[in-house]
Ligand binder design. Structure first.
Ligand SMILES: Nc1ncnc2c1ncn2[C@@H]1O[C@H](COP(=O)(O)OP(=O)(O)OP(=O)(O)O)[C@@H](O)[C@H]1O
Ligand SMILES: [Mg+2]
Length: 393
């Protein structure tokens, strides 16, 4: 947000300086060609980096608008300006086709500085490190870490979540199943704080977190993933993980402006932790690839790893295996199992019942915003109304 505002201020000041030069300005003077020239400058120069934008700003307006003024007059009047637009059009097509990232492409940030061999482990520096905070190892697994009490979420007249009470225990994967529109994702959103509850209470480790915003719940160890992967397509895999690091000194505009020496001390352990997660989940080779180029399954894994960067105690997974190639489903399942074995409390929405059979105990069944059954899958399969409502499909 601060960056958007800073960008807007710079753009506004640039406009003010420009008007100082040209003397007069009105929206009507901003015509279609001006917009085309700006787009062409970015496409030719290179999106996403300052040097590319600068080069484009020199090449396109200067090269095509100013230089043509000095060409000898040939053909009927207006031919050269018309040809100039044809040339810019061809240039745009040519770049988009052959060099879509422009003359000076955005440079991927490749993190050097691997941990020296034999160096003592920093936070997360080995590939078998635990994800959950230390105290989770001795967490009381007989007490729920996360609990919802009579939680409701209404959208106008619709009760998407209607008086739901559930408990999620450490060291277990609690399944959440139900037909489309049952309210599963809405419940996860309310638990994580991305949607406020209309009524009811949410307890994390016994403390009432109902009124806390999502980021404060995340700081206390309650983190969710999304049904639709939400990676940053233009950031590398490692950067995607680093954005999740809480309380990073470079997070603020002032901190970022103070330079690398100010925030590097925070970033180094975060890089090591991210690398440890990548190694653990078999994605080290993709460290410097753009998030947008990953397969569906890799994006789901990235989503889980990003949640793990926060060192959660409770993890809410929304269909982590949906739409994933079968070869990666097994890896994601093994990843979730290993997190359970470390003592994380996991609540997982899943439609693939064979996976629920294998991973989840207990299982909660929702329909029309309400819990209609709970227990182990074999027990649920013996309950007629649940089979009719969901399992038969
Ligand atoms: N932001 C919203 N505004 C209005 N209605 C919503 C909103 N989000 C969800 N709903 C409605 O709430 C109900 C529950 O939706 P939800 O996405 O939680 O279902 P779900 O169980 O996750 O379904 P699926 O298995 O298809 O993901 C649906 O009827 C949906 O249309
Ligand atoms: Mg859903």
């Amino acid at each position: 947000m601060v960056m958007f505002i800073a960008g807007g201020v710079i753009a506004g000041l640039s406009g003010a300086v420009l008007v100082g030069f040209i003397g007069v300005w009105a929206p009507a003077t901003w015509l279609y060609p001006e917009t085309i020239v700006l787009f062409a400058a970015l496409i030719v120069g290179g999106r996403g980096n300052n040097l590319g934008a600068l080069l484009g700003a020199l090449l396109v307006p200067v090269g095509f608008e100013e230089v043509t003024r000095f060409l000898p007059q040939v053909g009927p009047p207006g031919l050269i300006p018309a040809m100039q637009w044809v040339a810019i059009g061809l240039l745009i097509i040519g770049f988009l086709w052959f060099r879509p990232r422009g003359t000076l492409p955005e440079r991927r940030r490749v993190f050097a500085d691997p941990p020296p061999a034999g160096a003592p482990n920093q936070s997360g520096a080995n590939s078998t490190h635990r994800v959950a905070p230390e105290e989770e190892g001795c967490a009381d697994r007989s007490r729920p870490l996360l609990a919802a009490e009579g939680v409701e979420r209404r959208f106008e007249g619709l009760r998407a979540v209607d008086g739901v009470s559930i408990e999620v225990f450490p060291g277990r994967i609690t399944g959440l199943i139900g037909p489309n529109g049952a309210g599963k994702s809405t419940l996860l959103a309310v638990l994580a704080g991305t949607l406020p509850a209309s009524a009811g209470r949410i307890l994390l480790g016994g403390a009432d977190v109902t009124r806390l915003p999502a980021y404060q719940r995340a700081q206390r160890g309650l983190v969710r993933t999304f049904q639709l992967s939400s990676e940053f397509a233009q950031l590398t895999v490692l950067e995607n993980l680093l954005v999740a690091v809480p309380r990073h000194r470079g997070d603020s505009l002032a901190g970022a402006l103070r330079g690398r020496s100010y925030w590097w001390a925070d970033e180094r352990p975060a890089v090591l932790r991210a690398r440890a997660l990548l190694a653990r989940f078999g994605m080290s080779a993709q460290e410097s690839e753009y998030g947008g180029t990953l397969s569906g399954g890799q994006k789901k894994l990235l989503e889980i790893m990003r949640a793990l960067m926060l060192g959660p105690r409770a993890l809410l997974l929304d269909e982590p295996m949906a739409g994933v190639h079968p070869s990666l489903v097994e890896e994601i399942a093994a990843c979730v199992e290993s997190l359970r074995d470390e003592g994380l409390a996991i609540l997982m929405v899943e439609h693939e019942l064979s996976m629920v059979d294998r991973l989840c105990d207990p299982v909660i069944v929702m329909a029309q915003g309400q819990v209609i059954g709970r227990g182990s899958m074999p027990v649920l399969r013996r309950q007629r109304e649940i089979v009719d409502a969901y399992l038969a499909g």
